[in-house]
Ligand binder design. Structure first.
Ligand SMILES: [Fe+2]
Length: 205
């Protein structure tokens, strides 16, 4: 492992490189997720907005490999760990685990049994902090075209992946996370997401 500094310019360069490797709407989704992380963190004195921005930019970096299912979580984790970016690596996995349950993911588990075990062991020992929760929330606020009401993203995901026994428990947990940050901020998350109304009203189907 070689430790390299993950600052904003490096994070931008990494996302750009990943976009060349696997172009797609996930790049602008990541950029909007990062902006949402930064804007919300600016209202939370215990969070560093720049750190939040970097973690938002990097959360889906495992998609550099190509079009994959849940293995993009592991690919992102491994990619970040090779440079010693432990928190970014952690969030590459935790952003998908709204519920801390290995069976609660949507999409395919396109990984070997050993990789599945590794991810389960990781999830059994990891401790979430507010950066993990912030990226979980902002992942749901970021469409490739801009910010959106959480409910729109919920429907977007349900249309793409179908519903699942954990769909409603996941929605409830996201509302808890939203409330958590709004209490700290003293305002609605939507107050710091410019263009959210216009973007939510766009027809995307
Ligand atoms: Fe994402």
């Amino acid at each position: 492992m070689s430790y390299e500094i993950l600052d904003i310019s490096r994070a931008h360069a990494e996302l750009e490189k990943a976009g060349r490797s696997n172009p797609g709407p996930w790049i602008s989704h990541s950029q909007y997720a990062a902006l949402a992380c930064r804007n919300i963190a600016q209202k939370c004195s215990h969070l560093d907005p720049m750190q939040a921005y970097i973690l938002g930019l990097m959360h889906d970096i495992g998609r550099y490999v190509g079009v994959t299912g849940n293995r993009h979580l592991l690919d992102g984790y491994r990619y970040c760990m090779q440079f010693g970016w432990e928190k970014a690596a952690q969030i590459c996995i935790t952003h998908a685990f709204i519920l801390k349950d290995i069976g609660s993911l949507l999409g395919t588990y396109d990984m070997t049994p050993e990789e599945f075990e590794m991810m389960r062991d990781f999830m059994e020992t990891v401790t979430y902090d507010d950066y993990d929760l912030l990226v979980q929330l902002c992942d749901k606020l970021a469409m490739p075209t801009g910010f959106c009401l959480i409910e729109k993203r919920f429907v977007d995901v349900a249309l793409r992946y179908g519903t699942h026994p954990v769909t409603v428990p996941r929605w409830k947990r996201i509302y808890e996370i939203k409330n958590h940050f709004e209490q700290i901020m003293g305002c609605s998350i939507y107050d710091v997401l410019p263009g959210v109304v216009e973007n939510t009203m766009k027809i995307t189907f």
